[in-house]
Design a protein around this ligand. Structure first.
Ligand SMILES: Cc1cc2nc3c(=O)[nH]c(=O)nc-3n(C[C@H](O)[C@H](O)[C@H](O)COP(=O)(O)OP(=O)(O)OC[C@H]3O[C@@H](n4cnc5c(N)ncnc54)[C@H](O)[C@@H]3O)c2cc1C
Length: 399
C-alpha cells in the first residue's frame, strides 16, 4: 500500500519513536524497548507514491453526453431527479488538476456543495485549482446570501427539504453538466452522506482529510489521518472540514435552480438530540475503558478512579455499543479526538480506529493483560496486568 507515516507528532517527536519510560517488574514486560512490535518497523521517511484513481480491471461506465432540454442547467432549469449517471466529458486518463498547471488551455472547475455558509477552508482548498470556484447551496436562502459574500466566483442555490442526500442524483447531474472536476463537500454528518451518494453517481473517487493539492496531485490523510496518500485522479469528490464564515466585502448574484429529491423518505418528526453528557475535547484528564471491563456494574469502580484523578470517563466504541456509556464518551475515528494531559486506558486493545483519537494526548498510560496489545506501542507507561487488580491498587494508592 502506498503510504508514508503522517507528520503528526507529539511533544515534537513521533509517538512511536519515543522510548518507553516503563521499567522493572510488570512495566518491563512489553517486548521491544522501542515500543514497536516485530514486523512493525518504521517506514522510510518521505516515501510517497502516486497512485491512479478509478477502478482497475473494471471497465468505466460509458459517457452518456449532456442531458437534453437544459435539464439540470443552472440559472432556472431543473436537474433530472434520481439520474445517477456521470454526465460529464471523458478526459482520457489525464489528471484533471494537472491540465491547468501544464497549460493545456483547459481549466479545472471546482464546485463546493454545501448546506452551510461556514466554508472558508473549502474555498481556500478549491482555489488551489480554481480561482473562482462555484458554490451550490442546498437549503435556506439566507445561507446562499451569506455564501454570495464569501468570495466564490458564483453561487447557485436550490431550496431543499428533507434529507439532503436525497438530492444526490440531481446535484450530480448539475455538477457533471457544468464540467466540474472537483466537488468539495463539508464534513458534516448529512453532507458526508450526500458526498458518498455523489461519488457513486459521478463514478468518482471519494477522498477525505485533504492535505494539499499540488502539481496536479492530491495528498490526503488515510486511516483516520495517521498516514498520507498522494493520488492522481481524473475527478474527485472531496470531503473536508468546512472552516469558518468568510465575508469578502463583495457579493455575487445568487442563481436559483430547482432540484428534485429522489428519496421516498419523508420526515415525520424531528427532535433535538439529548445534550452531550461531557465534552471530551476539552477534558484535561481522561480514563478510558474498553472491553477488558466485563460488566456495566464494574464501571462504578472506574468512575471512582477517574474521580480521584480528576478525570472524565471515556470508552472504546464497543462499550458504547453495549449501551454501558453514551456515544459522546467514545474516543476515536467515529468518536471524539481528544488531547488531555493524561490519558489512562483500561482494557483497551488500541485498534487503529481508537488510537487516532488519542494521538494528541500528553502522557498515555495503558493497563492490559496482553503484552502484545497494540496500545503498548503508543504509551508512555504500560502496565501488563489485570485491571481488576490494578485499578483497586491505584485507588488505594490515591486514597
Ligand atoms: C469503521 C469503524 C470505525 C470505528 N471507530 C471506532 C472508534 O471511533 N472508537 C473505538 O474505540 N473503536 C472504533 N472501532 C472499533 C475498533 O476497530 C475496535 O473494535 C475497538 O476499538 C476495540 O475496542 P476495545 O479495545 O475496547 O476491545 P478489544 O479490542 O476487544 O480489546 C479489549 C482489550 O482488553 C484487554 N483485557 C481483557 N481483559 C482485561 C483485564 N481484565 N484487564 C486488562 N485488560 C484486559 C484485552 O487484552 C484486549 O486488549 C471502529 C471500527 C470500525 C470498523
Amino acid at each position: 500500500m502506498p503510504w508514508r507515516p503522517a507528520r503528526r507528532a507529539k511533544n515534537g517527536r513521533r509517538a512511536r519513536d519515543r522510548p518507553l519510560r516503563a521499567s522493572g517488574g510488570a512495566l518491563a514486560r512489553l517486548g521491544r524497548r522501542d515500543g514497536r512490535r516485530p514486523g512493525h518497523e518504521r517506514r522510510p521517511r518521505g516515501w510517497t507514491q502516486a497512485v491512479r484513481g478509478g477502478r482497475a480491471g473494471r471497465p468505466r461506465r460509458p459517457a452518456v453526453g449532456a442531458p437534453d432540454g437544459g435539464q439540470g442547467a443552472p440559472g432556472g432549469a431543473s436537474a433530472a431527479a434520481g439520474d445517477d449517471r456521470w454526465l460529464g466529458r471523458r478526459r482520457g486518463g489525464v489528471l484533471a488538476c494537472q491540465r491547468a498547471a501544464r497549460g493545456r488551455g483547459s481549466v479545472v472547475k471546482a464546485w463546493i456543495v454545501t448546506t452551510s455558509a461556514a466554508i472558508g477552508s473549502l474555498i481556500d482548498l478549491a482555489r488551489e485549482v480554481d480561482p473562482e470556484p462555484v458554490a451550490l447551496v442546498l437549503g435556506a436562502a439566507s445561507v446562499a446570501d451569506a455564501v454570495a459574500r464569501s468570495g466564490v466566483g458564483r453561487v447557485v442555490w436550490a431550496e431543499t427539504s428533507g434529507p439532503v442526500e436525497a438530492y444526490r442524483g440531481a446535484v450530480a447531474s448539475l455538477v457533471a453538466e457544468a464540467g466540474a472536476d472537483l466537488v468539495l463537500v463539508p464534513a458534516s454528518d448529512a453532507e458526508r452522506a450526500l458526498a458518498g451518494g455523489l461519488a457513486v453517481a459521478l463514478d468518482a473517487p471519494l477522498l477525505t482529510l485533504p492535505i494539499g493539492l499540488k502539481n496536479g496531485l492530491m495528498t490526503h490523510g488515510v486511516h483516520g489521518g495517521i498516514a498520507e496518500r498522494t493520488v492522481a485522479v481524473e475527478r474527485a469528490v472531496l470531503v473536508a472540514d468546512g472552516g469558518g464564515l468568510v465575508d469578502s466585502g463583495t457579493s455575487v448574484v445568487v442563481e436559483r435552480v430547482v432540484l428534485a429529491s429522489a428519496s421516498g423518505l419523508e420526515i415525520v418528526d424531528s427532535q433535538p438530540a439529548p445534550a452531550a453528557s461531557v465534552d471530551l475535547g476539552t477534558s484535561r484528564r481522561i480514563v478510558a475503558v474498553g472491553r477488558g471491563v466485563r460488566a456495566a456494574e464494574d464501571l462504578a469502580v472506574i468512575g471512582d478512579l477517574a474521580a480521584r484523578l480528576g478525570a472524565d470517563v471515556a470508552c472504546s466504541r464497543p462499550i458504547s455499543g453495549l449501551g454501558w456509556l453514551p456515544h459522546d464518551r467514545v474516543i476515536g475515528l467515529t468518536g471524539r479526538r481528544v488531547a488531555p494531559e493524561l490519558y489512562v486506558a483500561l482494557g483497551v486493545s488500541g485498534q487503529l480506529q481508537h488510537v487516532v483519537g488519542v494521538r494528541s494526548s500528553g502522557v498515555v498510560v495503558a493497563v492490559n493483560t496482553d503484552a502484545a496489545s497494540p496500545l503498548f506501542g503508543e504509551v508512555d507507561y504500560g502496565v501488563v496486568g489485570d485491571l481488576y487488580e490494578i485499578v483497586p491498587a491505584l485507588i488505594r494508592a490515591l486514597s
